[in-house]
Design a protein around this ligand. Sequence first.
Ligand code: MLT
Length: 246
Amino acid sequence: MSTDLCVHLLPQLVDPAELVGRTVVVIDVLRATTTVCHALAAGATSVVPCLEIDEARTAAAKLGGIVMLGGERQGRRIEGFDLGNSPTEYTAASVGGRTVVFTTTNGTRTLRHAEQASEILLGGFVNLSAVVERLSRAAAISLLCAGTNGEITAEDSLFAGAVVDGLERRGRQLCALSNDEARLARDAWRTVAMSGRPLAAVLRECQGGRNLIAEGFDADIDTAAVVDHLTIVPRYDVASGGITSS
Ligand code: MLT
């Protein structure tokens, strides 16, 4: 079956209007989308993505009740927030049964860039097969990489390529409408997969991995590299403003 699938290696490389009517997967492997997967798997009822720190504080105040503020700037927990952006901070004890209001430098911004899509899903290596399975029913697909501060990152591109590869293995071939970024990402992923190198070692060499090592979050790379650790696919519902598991 032929598939209309585009990869965008940065949000800046696609106009939001081009995402109308499409299923979009937002990708920020290190670490925002991996962390949202962990938060929902740990029992958070919803994750509310915010662009700015003040917006997050206001949203948390409005929600009241049992709300946790999470996210980062320059990789570190924001002053006064309950949690940073390490996936392992999001446990049943910290977020179970709670709403998480969340803001990160690139990941939550990319989610908001996708708001005109018909469906918005979140992916990382931790839920790779679940994302591929979910997309096997989608008609027009866009894989939207967050990158880092306007720069393309290999870790997000490789995950996009792994999704393209997974769909092709299920018999869905790229159609003529698909862009060359999809082919580049797929071929880059296949080179990595054929090398037999551990994924965590590959991620450590990527821009996001190097940033995390410099900031002292090396362990988060190992967490993000556990392929298919989770079976949930987070879904962002723009109307309610929340991400829930689906
Ligand atoms: C982001 O959204 O920019 C990233 O998740 C940064 C980080 O790893 O903390």
